[in-house]
Design a binder for this molecule. Structure first.
Ligand SMILES: C=CC1=C(C)c2cc3[nH]c(cc4nc(cc5[nH]c(cc1n2)c(C)c5CCC(=O)O)C(CCC(=O)O)=C4C)c(C)c3C=C
Ligand SMILES: [Fe+2]
Ligand SMILES: [Fe+2]
Length: 350
């Protein structure tokens, strides 16, 4: 076995420094919108045994065969619709980088460097970790930016960090940010984003008594089977939506919870966002907003699946007004939240 030794720059590489560093973690995204890049990304993502739990002898032939011959082209077209062509990157990557840069500005006064990395694709979590080690950090806080826990997101991000630690001779100490589904500052920032959208739409159409008849809270879905086996994701989503309803004085009717981005033939958490929203105009609900409290960064699933596909379906079915509420992204309230969470988890290390 060969273990890496990554000495801090300008040190003798032998003695502990006690210096903390932070890694901001998100899911990952392809490097470009072409078939090859999207295929590489999807292959890594969908080969993760936390994501697809079935036996690889059955799944890999399906994945490498039918899935990866068709899906990369369709997903690539979807990515192309939302791509940041100026910086040549996906929104998820741009937002994650800006979140890390802004958090770094906040933590600089405490001498804590902040880097960012992706569970799938680049920059990898190993690169991010090695960057901190070279800066002399031997106490690492990783912040997977998933408000609600899932084995398919939070746990696999943490697994990947530990995989990188397995290869080190001198391991840093490690802390991982727990889920923050009903953190009061998280909920306040979400509530504020809903009220801001209400005010904006009201300003455009002052005659409407109520800018939205309904605000749909759409979370990324998960196979029901994973929840039945104990994944606490659904319970965390309920925590978020319950707290958000309380903060906004809304209920299950005016702020319903739905699940989007289903993948494959299995049953996922219900109700599914797209059919739910498409059926609203027939019930007389023609002015809606969608908030997506499972995502800290706008991405393919928020901007294209909801912002393009679901919007078009809703309008085609007789909907009149559809407002996509942006994720918290790198807004000041979002960075305030990240700073608070980081400082709480760094307690005793600063
Ligand atoms: C079995 C498959 C999947 C599970 C389980 C799953 C859980 C899950 N995912 C997110 C967040 C994101 N997913 C994103 C994209 C995406 N998700 C899947 C499949 C599963 N997700 C696929 C195949 C894709 C790729 C795009 C596509 O081909 O449709 C993204 C966006 C990435 C981007 O680059 O913008 C995010 C974010 C959560 C929170 C979650 C579990 C709760
Ligand atoms: Fe996903
Ligand atoms: Fe999707």
């Amino acid at each position: 076995m060969v273990f890496h030794h990554i000495p801090a720059e300008g040190s003798d590489g032998q003695y502990p420094s006690g210096k903390p560093g932070v890694i901001v973690v998100n899911l990952g995204t392809p490097d470009d919108t072409g078939y090859g890049a999207v295929r590489r990304y999807l292959s890594e993502f969908l080969s993760d045994r936390r994501v697809i739990e079935g036996p690889p002898v059955l799944w890999q032939p399906i994945l490498q065969g039918v899935v990866l011959s068709t899906r990369p082209r369709a997903s690539g077209r979807a990515y192309a619709r939302i791509w940041d062509t100026q910086r040549n990157e996906s929104p998820l990557r741009g937002v994650t980088r800006r979140q890390a840069e802004k958090l770094a500005e906040r933590l600089a006064v405490s001498g804590v460097p902040v880097v960012w990395g992706m569970r799938y694709g680049r920059p990898s979590l190993a690169e991010a970790l090695h960057d901190l080690l070279r800066q002399g950090c031997d106490r690492i806080l990783t912040m997977p930016l998933y408000p609600q826990y899932s084995a398919t997101t939070t746990a696999t991000a943490n697994d990947q960090i530990f995989r990188a630690l397995m290869k080190l001779r001198n391991q840093p100490a490690l802390r991982t940010l727990p889920p923050f589904a009903d953190d009061p500052d998280f909920i306040a920032a979400l509530a504020r984003s809903v009220r801001d959208a209400q005010a904006q739409v009201q300003a455009q159409a002052p005659s409407q008594a109520q800018p939205f008849q309904m605000v749909v809270a759409s979370f990324h879905g998960l196979p029901k089977d994973y929840v039945a086996k104990g994944d606490s994701y659904a319970a965390d989503c309920l925590k978020t939506v319950t707290a958000l309803r309380a903060a906004l004085g809304m209920d299950e009717t005016t702020l319903p919870m739905t699940f989007q981005s289903r993948f494959g033939p299995a049953k996922w958490l219900e109700p599914y966002t797209a059919p739910f929203i498409k059926a609203l105009p027939a019930r007389g609900v023609t002015r809606i907003a969608v908030v997506m409290p499972g995502f800290m960064a706008d991405c393919l699933e928020t901007l294209d699946e909801i912002g393009n596909e679901v919007r078009e379906e809703f309008l085609a079915a007789g909907g009149e007004s559809f407002t996509l509420i942006p994720c918290l992204n790198d807004s000041p309230a979002s960075i305030d939240l990240l700073e608070k969470l980081a400082r709480r988890e760094l307690a005793g290390w600063l």
